[in-house]
Write a protein that binds this ligand. Sequence first.
Ligand code: A3P
Length: 293
Amino acid sequence: MDFPPRPELFDFHGVSMTHYFTDLWDRVQTFKARPDDILIATYPKAGTTWVSYILDLLYFGQTSPERLTSIPIYDRVPFLDLRDVFDKSGVEQAENLPTSPRIIKTHFPVQFIPKSFWEQNCKIVYVARNAKDNVVSYFHFDRMVVTEPDPGDWNSYLKRFMEGKVAFGSWYDHVNGWWKKKQTYSNLHYMFYEDMTEDCAKELDKLCSFLGLSPSLEEKKQILGEVQFDNMKYNNMVNYSTSLHANVKISPFMRKGKVGDWKNHFTVAQNEEFDEDYKRKMKDPTLHFRSEI
Ligand code: A3P
């Protein structure tokens, strides 16, 4: 298989992007959302797959269990923004999803969301993860995904992340932009990766209440078992081992799944510089992240 060269980043309406996420811009922007569509929105590496799998199990785990063993998660929950080099584009996959509801994922910052999602008042689940673990996870992801820009070394990567020079732009703008949106758009459920790690059952209950679902205790127990890190790690339908984009031999997609792994990557000096910069950028006292639990 010939892999395309790694893409370059460029400024797109004020956000760093690669052509894979802008090639189909007009088509994506005119996507026709339906009122029962559910959008999962995240900054890359915040726990998108985890929440995608939970939603897929909640809606279809009982009615179409064959999906779980035959369709990879990235086809069950298409990535709207992506112009795929190996397969159908995300928007085409989303348009052809046979399910109801359609569960669709995006990494767009809030201002890039196609307007029909707002017009249809779709339910949106946003997942955020603390910046330090997020950047570590993103670094390892960029090492192993051929359609991502070359990450270079860790030190330069960390600097570029702080400057928002990675695909989908600034983490700081992303989490803040979506947090602000939550104040005016009530169909948005804002979740934190750290809360899920700490008490997934509680987060599942909150999610169900937002979605208006009331699964049985047995079903919830089953879902909580399925979505445990170790079970997902060895489940080929959710661990991206079948993806042509990812070389999981370089770094597994389901890598560590921990809060605080950043401590194994940040030097003391990097941590100090990061914290200083963080304070300047994260001014909203109502948005609080935990980089350890
Ligand atoms: P790490 O690289 O820190 O291990 P996304 O799906 O948004 O790309 O996020 C991937 C990150 O979420 C990876 O983080 C992955 O291990 C983690 N993850 C996925 N499923 C998880 C689970 N069930 N429990 C904990 N972490 C999970």
